[in-house]
Design a protein around this ligand. Structure first.
Ligand SMILES: [Zn+2]
Length: 216
């Protein structure tokens, strides 16, 4: 190899090393990526309250409010993405595909519950961990959100459970949960979750809990 070639190779190595160093630095410093998945959408309404308010609209309302609050209130906002921003039906595969593509740190699928027993109430978190790390992180994230909703808003905490849901099975995010915000079959919770003000309060507690979970 002549001197000119050696210099070119050396320059190439320097540029490459510098680029990969910059890339690593950027990765380490990047804001956490959070994907929120408002369940259902389009022709899939999910659960419905007795006066016809649909789960798909409630969860989209709350998810959209988390985005607004994140941009308004948080100094270094989370990089927050929704799987849907409108009333459209997205396949379960596409919901987790977005998470995988973004290499999201957190994936939260948001739903509302319903039961034949009309007195059933409170939040439930489902996890289906692929690894010990995912089990630990997901449990802690679920615990933090449920504790916030119970302590600040007085929503009953029904605990964390295992659930064999596709969005949980497919997500690679280290913290992956499906959050059931309350029962649309229970009159008080149905009214509460349908109101704009309470949706804002729930959104704020979820956002604060994510920030707390991340230690920011
Ligand atoms: Zn649902």
């Amino acid at each position: 190899m002549n001197t000119l070639n050696q210099i070119i190779v050396l320059l190439f190595c320097l540029v490459f090393l510098n680029l990969s160093y910059a890339q690593n630095g950027k990765d380490q410093a990047r804001n956490p990526i959070v994907v929120i998945d408002p369940g259902h959408g389009g022709k899939d309404a999910g659960a419905t309250t007795r006066n016809g308010i649909k789960e798909k609209d409630i969860v989209l309302g709350i998810a959209s409010k988390i985005v607004v609050l994140n941009n308004k209130l948080v100094e270094n906002p989370l990089l927050l993405y929704l799987t849907r921003y409108t009333d459209t039906l997205i396949s379960l595969g596409d919901r987790t595909e977005l998470t995988k593509r973004l290499k999201a740190d957190i994936f939260i699928s948001i739903h509302c519950n319903q039961a034949i027993n009309r007195t059933a109430s409170g939040t439930e978190v489902f996890i289906h961990p692929k690894s010990e790390v995912q089990a630990e992180e997901s449990t802690y994230l679920g615990f933090t959100i449920q504790k916030g909703l119970a302590d600040i808003l007085g929503i009953k905490n029904r605990g964390i459970k295992f659930g064999n849901f596709q969005v949980l099975r497919d997500s690679d995010s280290s913290a992956t949960i499906l959050l059931e915000l309350g029962f649309l079959s229970q009159t008080d919770e149905a009214i509460y979750l349908s109101q704009e003000d309470s949706q804002n309060a729930v959104a704020l507690v979820i956002l604060q809990s994510i920030i707390k979970f991340l230690g920011l």
